[in-house]
Design a protein around this ligand. Structure first.
Ligand code: ATP
Ligand code: MG
Length: 646
């Protein structure tokens, strides 16, 4: 893709940017060549420390030891709240947009948030929660989710947020794995105009969790709930009785802040553990520089707080920076597919950050839902979670951004804590589909399967050659698994599990997980590339490509294709798709099978689960594996049925 289109930094963006091109180059070089001083300065400037650290970087990737700012005393909630009170106590911290579009949004000031957090922190203490204890948060997108996270941080407890859309089984596994004794939930959640029984799910999950002694229940809807005397406590009663004075615990920079399970698209979820100082530094720095955040702007990340994106870019990053962060309870398609843009207009959102899956879904609904809104407040767009197909990128740019909002395609993982490969709006020319260049302190390397370092414009396995402050520290309760999964494949490097290509400008193109790379008659190709070609067709909304064993070619190509609403699947269309691939990539990439798929199996965070699609393609239907993190398991049954009629 050396012929990829280039979108230069708009002059207006360059002029007002927090980081210019020259600054990026200078700072990036220094972040590698003079790393300890670079990070010490950043930590000093950006965060409040009760006491400074003894060592900046005590990490050793060979030994599986990751440590930053050890000996430093810091509190994440203090940094997100207390230190802002003097200057911006009466400024909005969180705008809460409810599911119901007609409901008034709630504006919570920094002072108000500080009080709510302090009260709930005391309520946790009153139920025996101490520093180091794990607290499970199973809540919908309501302000209490952020309050509960920060309340844990305030007293040095470790939160483990479990996405509110997860099943009782998934909740149970996570509560047990991290040995939580306290769970925070709500009576019901509200999404897309419907209520879901959250407390009932929690009750079911906790039947096999005898060590859970307290369940705080937020009253969201007033729906009917069962009650276990002694264990269950109404959240509003607990905070009413609690004092609003709760001094922040002086935790060590290396004390754990949270555990978060990965989304599970490749197998059994891992309890990724992050600590306090380095994580907060990465969150705050990337939020300011990647989103080019300016004081007073309304910033909206549409992720759920149940994912790392919600942790870092709804709660910790924005609040550490004293920003206004919007929290949305609902879904992109309720009451209709224009909701995102209505909310943008309603709150004058300047910065909007979402996932390719949402962009593709809305693209499939047509432009009218977008163009009926003004979106004149928008200044910057972002994406995260999967490679974005250039076609979807262009739509995001042209239709949503009216060709005037730079798009930051941010690559990172639960494990990395914050964004690692990304454009900076004022510094980086954009190429649709590329996450572009490394952030400060990040040293990406591409290696072949034997671990040999690859130079120049080349494709390979994406590794990171050195530790960065917001890196995960361990897999909770299983340090050996941490070392085996991330640090053993290529000795001395962190292996991301992703494949990438570097072009002649040094730009990185994430090609998907390395497990997804196909080898067809000796030709290696990324599934992302074939999918992007399929999505170029005007009738195609989404596509997923997997390999299956093929007698002649080694691997054959199996494509699942979802059509735009209103389009009919025909043999003629299949032929057009084959021709398109031949033209875009070459005959070698032509699918052996195209299966029309009204829906694709996705994780709750919207990622396509290729693992399951592979099984269906190979007709290995009795070994589908763990499907508990699927958003809609019935999709799989439909695919299996359709496969039979293929
Ligand atoms: P699991 O590790 O349990 O299989 P997961 O990898 O989907 O789940 P996350 O940590 O949420 O869990 O996702 C990180 C992955 O998402 C990355 O490794 C990468 O494959 C993909 N990803 C994230 N952002 C981008 C991006 N901008 N471009 C391409 N891929 C991305
Ligand atoms: Mg992963």
């Amino acid at each position: 893709m050396s012929n990829a289109k280039i979108y230069p930094v708009p002059a207006e963006t360059a002029k007002n940017a927090n980081i210019t091109r020259e600054q990026y180059q200078e700072m990036y070089r220094r972040s590698l060549d003079d790393a300890d001083n670079f990070w010490a300065e950043q930590a000093d400037e950006r965060l409040h420390w009760f006491k400074k650290w003894d060592t900046v970087n005590g990490s050793d990737l060979n030994k599986g030891v990751i440590k930053w700012f050890e000996g430093g005393k810091i509190n994440a909630a203090y940094n997100c709240l207390d230190r802002h009170l003097e200057k911006r106590g009466s400024q909005t911290a969180i705008i809460w947009e409810k599911d119901d579009p007609k409901a008034d949004a709630e504006h919570i000031t920094y002072r108000d948030l500080h009080e709510r957090v302090s009260r709930f922190a005391n309520a946790l203490k009153a139920r025996g929660v101490k520093k180091g204890d794990r607290v499970c948060i199973y809540l919908p997108m309501i302000p209490e989710a952020a309050v509960a996270m920060l309340a844990c941080a305030r007293i040095g407890a470790v939160h483990s947020v479990v996405f509110g859309g997860f099943s009782p089984q998934a909740l149970q596994d996570r509560v047990l794995d991290s040995d939580c004794h306290v769970v925070v939930t709500a009576d019901e959640s509200v999404r897309g105009g419907r209520n879901f029984p959250l407390k009932a799910n929690a009750d079911q999950a906790l039947q096999k969790c005898p060590d859970v002694n307290t369940v705080f229940v937020v009253k969201r809807t007033g729906g009917k709930v069962d009650w276990q005397e002694g264990r269950d406590v109404w959240y509003h009663e607990a905070v009413k009785d609690a004092s609003a004075d709760c001094p922040a615990e002086e935790t060590d920079a290396e004390d754990p802040l949270f555990i978060l399970y990965t989304s599970g698209s490749t197998g059994k979820p891992k309890g990724v553990m992050h600590t306090t100082g380095g994580y907060l530094l990465g969150a705050s720095m990337t939020h300011e520089y990647v989103f080019d955040y300016k004081d007073g702007e309304v910033y909206w990340c549409t992720a759920d707080v149940g994912w790392v994106t919600g942790h870092t870019y709804i709660v910790y990053g924005p609040l550490a920076n004293g920003a206004i962060t919007l929290m949305f309870e609902g879904v992109p398609t309720f009451p209709d597919a224009g909701r995102f843009w209505d909310v943008v207009d309603k709150h004058d959102v300047a910065i909007f950050y979402t996932a390719p899956t949402a962009i593709r879904a809305l693209m499939g609904q047509g432009n009218d839902f977008v163009t009926r809104s003004s979106r004149k407040s928008l200044r910057l767009l972002g994406t995260v979670g999967e490679p974005i197909n250039p076609e979807a990128w262009e739509w995001y740019n042209n239709v949503v951004g009216d060709k005037r909002c730079p798009i930051v395609d941010t690559w990172w993982q639960t494990e990395t804590g914050s964004i690692l490969i990304t454009p900076l709006p004022g510094a980086t020319d954009l190429k649709p589909g590329s996450a572009t260049l490394p952030f400060f302190g990040v040293e990406p390397q591409l290696v072949d399967n034997d671990g040999n370092l690859l130079d120049g414009a080349v494709a390979g396995n994406l590794c990171l050659a050195r530790s960065w402050p917001s890196m995960m520290r361990t897999v909770y309760g299983d340090h050996q698994r941490f070392i085996e999964t991330y640090l053993s494949t290529y000795k001395g490097k962190y292996f991301t599990g992703d494949g990438a290509r570097r072009d002649e400008d040094g730009y990185y193109w994430i090609t998907g997980r390395v497990d997804d790379v196909l080898n067809v008659s000796g030709h290696r190709m990324g599934t992302a590339e074939i999918e992007s070609a399929l999505v170029l067709h005007a009738a195609v909304a989404e596509a997923a490509v997997v390999g299956f064993p093929h007698d002649v070619k080694g691997q054959g190509i199996y494509a699942y294709v979802t059509l735009m609403s209103g389009k009919e699947p025909t043999d003629e269309l299949k032929k057009e798709l084959n021709d398109l691939i031949r033209k875009e990539i070459g005959a070698i990439a032509k699918p052996d099978f195209i299966q029309w798929a009204p829906g694709l199996p996705k994780t709750r965070s919207g990622k396509i689960m290729r693992r399951i699609l592979r099984k269906v393609a190979c007709n290995e239907l009795d070994s589908l594996g763990d499907t508990s993190t699927l958003a809609d398991p019935s999709v799989v049954d439909d695919l299996i049925e359709d496969r039979a009629n293929r």
